[in-house]
Write a protein that binds this ligand. Structure first.
Ligand code: HEC
Length: 218
């Protein structure tokens, strides 16, 4: 009985020693307490991929043109897509998904007048959307009623009215075009106002024009 017991306790001790050794070996391989350093890596071949990853520097093209010629600071536009950058310049003619290229040059009002028409129905909801967007993006200059008397006009002279006979006579496509491409002192608003909102604004401008005409008749 005694000898059996002793054997048993020796077995338990050696198991504890083995476990301790295994833990001591595993600890440096594990994560650190902050969880953002993955510990020691024994087989690097699987980690360091030859492919250049997103936003990694591409040393294979690094010296192509820089070669000490320019300063490769953040203010150098070539950092993006240039030598040493993993960001690739898309092939010419590439367009983002669901983006329709705008086909009319800035001066081509006639093309826009002929080729574009308002795709939105003139509903209460769309007029309300147009009013909201007009008041945000256009009224500062063209005024809440489209009279060309927005709050910035003391500083920006001769902002045209949108309720003039001239703009009453414009095609929807021409108004869309000036908002998209700008003209002279009127900057393009394509980056601020999405196409649907531009068309809603145009419905709203037509309403302002009608209101102005009705006032004239009274
Ligand atoms: C920063 C001031 C400013 C804002 C904001 C602005 N415009 Fe203009 N807009 C002008 C000026 C100035 C002109 C005259 C441009 C020129 O000299 O050719 C003009 C011209 C126009 C014309 C042609 C008028 C004419 O008689 O030839 C239309 C139409 C027009 N804007 C629509 C809009 C719409 C719609 C918006 C809102 C999306 C808008 N504008 C926002 C300043 C502004």
């Amino acid at each position: 009985m005694m000898s059996n017991n002793r054997k048993h306790s020796v077995g338990r001790n050696s198991r504890a020693i083995l476990l301790g050794l295994a833990l001591a070996l595993l600890t440096p391989m594990g994560c650190n307490y902050a969880g953002n350093i993955s510990g020691l890596h024994w087989f690097l071949g699987m980690h360091d991929n030859h492919a250049v990853e997103g936003q990694e520097e591409d040393y294979t093209t690094w010296n192509n043109t820089y070669a000490g010629e320019y300063d490769r600071g953040m203010d150098s536009m070539d950092v993006f897509g240039g030598p040493g950058s993993s960001i690739r310049v898309p092939p010419e003619g590439t367009v983002p998904r669901e983006h329709e290229p705008y086909p009319y040059e800035a001066g081509d009002f006639a093309g826009a007048a002929a080729g574009l028409s308002n795709p939105l129905p003139r509903t209460q909801k769309i007029l309300e959307r147009g009013e909201k967007m007009y008041n945000i993006y256009c009224a500062v200059c063209h005024g809440n009623t489209g009279a060309g008397d927005g709050p910035v006009t003391p500083r920006l002279a001769n902002v045209p009215a949108l309720t003039s006979d001239k703009i009453i006579g414009w095609q929807d496509g021409e108004i869309f075009h000036i908002v998209t491409m700008g003209r002279a002192r009127m900057k393009p608003y394509a980056a601020q106002v999405v196409p649907e909102d531009r068309w809603a604004i145009i419905h709203y401008i037509r309403l302002l024009q009608k209101q102005k005409q009705q006032e004239g008749e009274e």
